[in-house]
Design a binder for this molecule. Structure first.
Ligand code: NAD
Ligand code: UDX
Length: 465
C-alpha cells in the first residue's frame, strides 16, 4: 500500500480551497499543493491577510492561517504539482453546457478533460486520480481512456470521491462529515488506491463514516443526493403557495411533517427558491443523463423540481408587482441579500438575481445591499443574464454599503437571503424612512408578522396568507 505524502488539487475554488485546507490542517505529514490557472484567485489565496482569501466561509481563514506555508501551498504551477503528487484531486468546475449538444442541460466536461490530458502529458510516475468535481455517472471511464492512451505508460487509478459540503457551513461539514464516499475499481489496484484515500480521511473522520463503493455508484450518488435535497425544497415551496390561499402556515406544516422520523426536519424551509452552483446544474445533468438512456419518465420526474423552483422565484417577483398596485415602474425597491444563502459570498444561481431581473423588466429602480457580496459581482450577475445593456443595469440599479441607506425612500423592501443581521435591524427606523404604504416582502420567513404589522408595514411572507 502506497503511503500518500504529496497531494495535488487542480482547482482552487469553493470545493478545492476548503477541502484541501482541511486535509492539510488534519494531516501535517502530507504536503498539499492547490493549483489553479486563475492567477488572481491564487494571489488571493496567498494574501498574507486571510480576510482577503477569495472565499468567505466561517472558520476558513484561521484554518488557512494555520496550514498555509507549512504543508498547504497555493500556486499556478500546475505541471510541477502534478509531477510531485502521489494523489491528484480534480476539483475544477463542471458547469451546465452553454453551447452545442446538451446545451442548458448536460455538464460541460471540457475542464475535466483538459485536466486529464495535462496529467497524462506531465506524469512520469504512477498516480491516483480522484474525481472531486461532481460528474455524470461513468465519467471515470472516459478519464481512464484519456489517461491510458495519451500518457507516458505510467499507471493511473481513478477514484470517485464526491464532495458533500454545503457553502456557508463548509468548515464544519468537512470537519464532521455525515459520510465520506469513496468509489473505486473492483480490482486489486483499485482496492489499494481506495485504501490510500481512506487512510487520508481516517486522520480525522471516524472509520464508520467512510463509505467505500464502486465508481459508478459513487458518481451517481452525488447527483442523487443533490436531487433529493432540492426536491425537498421544491416540495415545501409548492405547498407554500397552497398555505397562502388556505390560511395554513408553511412552517407549521413543515414542523408537523418534520417530526416524523421517516421524513425528518431538515431542508423543509420554504423560501423564494433554491440557488447555488449545484442543485440546478446537477438535476439538469440527471435529467439529461436519464434522457440519453431513453428514460423519459425518470427525466420528467426530476425536471419538475426545477420547474417548481423557477415558478417560485417568478411567483415571488410577481407578488411584489401585483401588491404594489400592479406597477413598479419608476418605483424604488430595496433588495436585502444577494448571496444564494447566508454566510457565503457566492451568488451563483441566487434567487435574488432572477427576482431582480423580473423587477427590472417591469422598470423598477433597485437598491441592493448584501453584507458580503461586492458591487462588481452584483453587476456582473445582472450583466451575465443579457436581459438589458450594461448601461441600463447601471442606470436602474444602485448597490449600497448600508442597509439603512438602501431602504430610504423605498416603496418596498424585499428580503432575499436569510442573513442573521437582517433580523436585528431597527425595523421601526426602516419603516419611518420608507414611502407609505411601506411594503415588506419576506422571501426567507425571517421576520415576525405580528411585529412588522404592528410597526405599520404591509407585510407579505412566503407560505402564509
Ligand atoms: P469553482 O468554479 O469555484 O472552482 C473551480 C476552479 O477550477 C476555478 O478556480 C478554475 O479556474 C479552476 N480550473 C478550471 N480548469 C482548470 C484547469 N484545467 N487547471 C487548473 N485549474 C482549473 O467551482 P467549485 O464550486 O469549487 O466546484 C468544483 C466542482 O465541485 C464542481 O464539479 C461542483 O459541481 C462540485 N461541487 C461544488 C460544491 C459547492 O458547494 N460549490 C459542493 C460539492 C461539489
Ligand atoms: C448543496 C448541498 O447541500 C451540498 O451537500 C452539496 O455538496 C452542494 O450543494 P449548497 O448549494 O452549498 O449545498 O447549499 P444548501 O444549504 O444545500 O442550499 C441550497 C439552496 O437551497 C440555498 O439557496 C438555500 O437557501 C436553499 N434552501 C435550503 C431552502 O430554500 N430551504 C431549505 O430548507 C434548505
Amino acid at each position: 500500500l502506497k503511503e500518500i505524502k504529496n497531494i495535488c488539487c487542480i482547482g482552487a475554488g469553493y470545493v478545492g480551497g476548503p477541502t484541501m485546507t482541511m486535509i492539510a490542517a488534519k494531516c501535517p505529514h502530507i504536503n498539499v499543493n492547490v493549483v489553479d490557472i486563475n492567477d488572481n484567485r491564487i494571489k488571493a489565496w496567498n494574501n498574507p491577510d486571510t480576510d482577503y482569501i477569495p472565499i468567505y466561509e466561517p472558520g476558513l481563514a484561521s484554518l488557512v492561517n494555520e496550514a498555509r506555508g507549512r504543508n498547504l501551498f497555493f500556486s499556478t504551477n500546475v505541471n510541477q504539482a502534478i509531477q510531485d503528487a502521489d494523489m491528484i484531486f480534480i476539483s475544477v468546475n463542471t458547469p451546465t453546457k452553454t453551447y452545442g449538444v446538451g446545451k442548458g442541460m448536460a455538464a460541460d466536461l471540457k475542464y475535466i478533460e483538459l485536466c486529464a490530458r495535462q496529467i497524462a502529458t506531465v506524469a512520469t510516475s504512477d498516480k491516483i486520480i480522484v474525481e472531486k468535481s461532481t460528474l455524470p455517472v461513468r465519467t471515470a471511464e472516459a478519464l481512464k481512456r484519456i489517461l491510458d492512451n495519451t500518457g507516458n505508460g505510467v499507471h493511473f487509478d481513478i477514484l470517485s470521491n464526491p464532495e458533500f459540503l454545503a457553502e456557508g457551513t463548509a468548515v464544519s461539514d468537512l470537519l464532521n462529515p455525515d459520510r465520506v464516499l469513496i468509489g473505486g475499481e473492483e480490482t486489486e489496484n483499485g482496492r489499494l488506491a481506495q485504501q490510500a484515500l481512506v487512510d487520508v480521511y481516517a486522520n480525522w473522520v471516524p472509520k464508520d463514516r467512510i463509505l467505500t463503493t464502486n465508481v459508478w455508484s459513487s458518481e451517481l450518488s452525488k447527483l442523487t443526493a443533490n436531487a433529493f435535497l432540492a426536491q425537498r425544497v421544491s416540495s415545501i415551496n409548492s405547498l407554500s403557495e397552497l398555505c397562502e390561499v388556505t390560511e395554513a402556515d408553511v412552517d407549521e406544516v413543515a414542523r408537523a411533517i418534520g417530526s416524523d422520523s421517516r421524513i425528518g426536519s431538515k431542508f423543509l424551509k420554504a423560501s423564494v427558491g433554491f440557488g447555488g452552483s449545484c442543485f440546478q446544474k446537477d438535476i439538469l445533468n440527471l435529467v439529461y443523463i436519464s434522457k440519453s438512456y431513453g428514460l423519459n419518465e425518470v427525466a420528467d420526474y426530476w425536471e419538475q423540481v426545477i420547474i417548481m423552483n423557477d415558478y417560485q422565484k417568478r411567483r415571488f417577483a410577481k407578488k411584489i408587482v401585483e401588491t404594489l398596485f400592479n406597477t413598479v415602474s419608476g418605483k424604488r425597491i430595496a433588495i436585502l441579500g444577494w448571496a444564494f444563502k447566508k454566510d457565503t459570498n457566492d451568488t451563483r444561481e441566487s434567487a435574488a438575481i432572477y427576482v431582480a431581473d423580473y423587477l427590472l423588466s417591469e422598470q423598477a429602480e433597485l437598491v441592493i445591499y448584501d453584507p458580503k457580496v461586492t458591487k462588481d459581482q452584483i453587476f456582473s450577475d445582472l450583466d451575465y443574464l443579457g436581459s438589458r445593456s450594461t448601461e441600463e443595469n447601471r442606470d436602474l440599479v444602485e448597490v449600497s454599503n448600508s442597509p439603512y441607506d438602501a431602504v430610504e425612500n423605498a416603496h418596498a423592501v424585499a428580503i432575499l437571503t436569510e442573513w442573521d443581521e437582517f433580523v436585528t435591524y431597527d425595523w421601526s427606523k426602516i419603516y419611518n424612512s420608507m414611502l407609505k404604504p411601506a411594503f415588506l416582502f419576506d422571501g426567507r420567513r425571517l421576520l415576525s408578522d405580528e411585529l412588522m404589522r404592528e410597526i405599520g408595514f404591509e407585510f407579505y411572507k412566503i407560505g402564509k396568507g
